[in-house]
Design a protein around this ligand. Structure first.
Ligand SMILES: Cc1cc2nc3c(=O)[nH]c(=O)nc-3n(C[C@H](O)[C@H](O)[C@H](O)COP(=O)(O)O)c2cc1C
Length: 212
């Protein structure tokens, strides 16, 4: 490898985040930053990393797409039998992370995870394109398969079985992380970054600055 990794560094100078300018409600601050990421037309501004912990205490991460966000929490959809699904069944706590590289921003969110209601999952599933709906039937997510042909054959079988109206598979649906901690990170010059943490105390959000 030619590139000297040890020499790669960048000065963050685009913006700042302070106690006065940030919003008292972290979900509102998050919605504001997500809107900035959408307005900036970043590649996949809705992609977030989800960290879960297995029964053996080992963490694992993967990228998913945020599909909803309101005062109840942050929603994404997946296969409940996947590794993340199995880990959440055993330990319902997770951490989320957005990294909006071009905006020099990170948001970290922690909390307890619950399944969304069947009605909510059904409504979102019905809004997906047909190939995605059939794909949910075709892929035993995170299981070992003998080759790609398995997926193609499963999708074809699902197409024959369900036609244009596949129902939501019972193993597929949404999770909602109910936040009890947030951190908003804005890169600054000289590594003196801005970090604001929000934590719940007596049902109210306390905002604190963390050292970078
Ligand atoms: C940009 C991007 C978006 C993704 N969105 C989802 C998603 O919304 N749901 C999902 O189950 N997997 C999604 N994936 C695939 C996951 O990263 C992962 O491969 C899969 O969920 C299996 O993870 P697990 O074995 O850790 O459960 C996405 C991958 C990328 C790169």
């Amino acid at each position: 490898m030619d590139t000297r990794l040890a020499d790669l560094r960048k000065s963050y100078e685009r913006a700042e985040l302070d106690e006065q300018a940030s919003l008292a409600d972290p979900i509102k601050q998050f919605e504001l930053w997500l809107q900035h990421a959408l307005d900036a037309q970043l590649a996949e501004p809705n992609a977030m990393t989800v960290a879960t912990v297995g029964a053996d205490g080992r963490p694992s991460t993967r990228v998913v797409l945020i599909k909803g966000c309101d005062e109840r929490g942050i929603v994404w959809y997946t296969n409940y039998n996947s590794r993340k699904g199995r880990e959440l069944a055993g330990n319902p706590f997770a951490a989320l992370q957005f990294h909006w590289v071009e905006l020099e921003r990170v948001v970290r969110i922690e909390g307890r995870v619950e399944k969304v209601s069947d009605q909510e999952s059904d409504a979102y599933f019905a809004s997906r394109p047909l190939d995605s709906r059939l794909g949910a039937w075709a892929s035993p997510q995170s299981e070992v398969i003998s080759g790609r042909a398995v997926l193609v054959a499963n999708a074809a079988k699902a197409g024959v079985r369900f036609g244009l109206n596949p129902p939501r598979p019972p193993h597929w649906g949404g999770y909602r992380l109910v936040p009890d901690g947030w951190e908003f990170w804005q890169g600054r010059k000289s590594r003196l970054h801005d970090r604001l943490r929000y934590r719940l105390q007596d049902a109210a959000w306390v905002r604190e600055r963390l050292a970078p």
